[in-house]
Each structure stands twice: as structure tokens, then as C-alpha cells.
Write a protein that binds this ligand. Sequence first.
Ligand code: HEC
Length: 254
Amino acid sequence: MSFRLFAIGLTASFGLAWLSVVVVPFFKLRTPSPVSFQEGVDEKEGIYHPKRAGRVVNGAAVYAANGCYQCHTQVVRPTYAGMDLARPDVGGLSPTIHPDGIDSRRESNVFDYSGLDFAMIGNTRVGPDLMNLVPRIEARIRQQAKDSQEGDLAEGVVAGRVADYLYKHLYNPRLFPQLYWSSCPSMPFLFEEREIMGQPSDDALDVPVEDGWEVVPGDKADALVSYLLSLRHDDPVPAAMDYAPPAATDGPQG
Ligand code: HEC
């Protein structure tokens, strides 16, 4: 084989792979064209506009800087690649735990990551997937309220408890075993422990701390919680994008 043929072969084998795995997907996914709901097939009409919430971009940077993606994924895999849709709370909520009794589970799609600098799909699942973190915590809080005879909670009360849970979880996930035992690392450096001067702060955390001291979230903790509060990706998508509608039954938990 001549050197020339070798060089052409080498360029072609790497070049083709680079074109098809990097260049073509980059241009196809950079500006995905809008998808319409179809009359008669979908319950909605018009064009699919994914929801966006909160001050998410700063929080995503804090999420990245602290390596959350090392243990948490953010992707609901299609069924050919995993059983995420069979779980009751990963791709959305199954009818048994959804407050309206509907099945909101769906796969992730390219629009779920639009507007973010990086798609935090993560690399291992040491911890649970966070794509639908908020609906999952909401369902858990509602269930706990029912179990403790507190009854149905108003939307606002649930939202307040979700944020409160996330702040405490970040400060130290192991302080609250009665709420949810966790092996997630604690991030106390995102908070400030300070002596109370005059009135205690409104946003002080309800955590065990020395008398006369308080724990208040820093800017990074606030940004990270805003980001975590935006993790809800269970809105209905057009049937054309819903490649594998979930089976109606719940599979194994976890
Ligand atoms: C070393 C791996 C690891 C890292 C790094 C990590 N986590 Fe976790 N996380 C876990 C594990 C494991 C759990 C599940 C604990 C359990 O279920 O007992 C968890 C649970 C959670 C939960 C609760 C999920 C739920 O359903 O209630 C949240 C929220 C969370 N982590 C956020 C974060 C954030 C934010 C970061 C980055 C600041 C982070 N985690 C970094 C391992 C990790």
C-alpha cells in the first residue's frame, strides 16, 4: 500500500465518522424546527412550545462546577435503550402517583435542553435521574401529607416545601432521615453560617445549629435551587415526537 493511499484511507475513516457523528448532528440539533400538534391525534393544537422556568443558566453553572452530573443523569431514555418509562417517577409521573391520575411519562427530546449552554445529560446513575425531580418530590410531599392525616395540600404549600427540601438537601442530605435518607454529598460551602445580629434572617434554614447562629443560603445555593426547581420535563409532546408511549403499568422502582 502506498503512503498516499494510506493517508487517504485514514482521512476518510476519521473524516466520515467526524462528519456523521459531530458535524451533521450539530447542524441538525442546533436549531431544531418547530413540531406541530396534529389534529385528531394529539389532545392539543398548534405548535409545541417547551416550557422554561426560572433563573436556570447561573444555576446550571453551579450544578456543573460541583460535579452533580457525575452521579445524576438528566435524560429519560427511549425504551430501546433503557427501562426509564416503566418507572413510576423518572419520565414524569405514572397515573398511580400523578395528582390528576394521568400518565405524564415521556422520553426526553432535544427541546428539553434548548436555551442551556450545556445539556447536563450526566455520565453515571449513582443517584437518581433528575429530569423530573420536581414532580417526583411534589408527589412524595403530597403522599407524606396524606399519610400524616394532613390532607390535600394547596399548590403554594407544596411549592414552598419543595424549595425548603432542596435547600436542606443541599446543606446536608443526611440531617433529615425521617424525610428521605440520602447518600448524596453535602454542600455546606454554598451556605453561610453566621451569628444572628438583631432579627434572624427570613431565609434562614430550619437546621440544627448553635444557639445564636443561623444558616443562610448564599447566591450560589439560590441559583442552584432555582435551577433544580426548573427540572420538570413531563409536558405532553406531539405524538410525532413520542416514539415509545409508556405502558400503562408500573415497572420496578429505583
Ligand atoms: C457521589 C455521587 C453524587 C453526587 C456528586 C451528587 N449526588 Fe445527588 N444524590 C446521590 C445519590 C446516591 C442520591 C440518592 C440518595 C438516596 O436515594 O438515598 C442523590 C440524591 C439527590 C437528590 C434527591 C433526589 C430525590 O429524588 O429526592 C437531589 C435533589 C440531588 N441528589 C441533587 C444533587 C446536586 C444538586 C448535586 C451537586 C451539587 C448532587 N446531587 C451531587 C449521589 C450524588
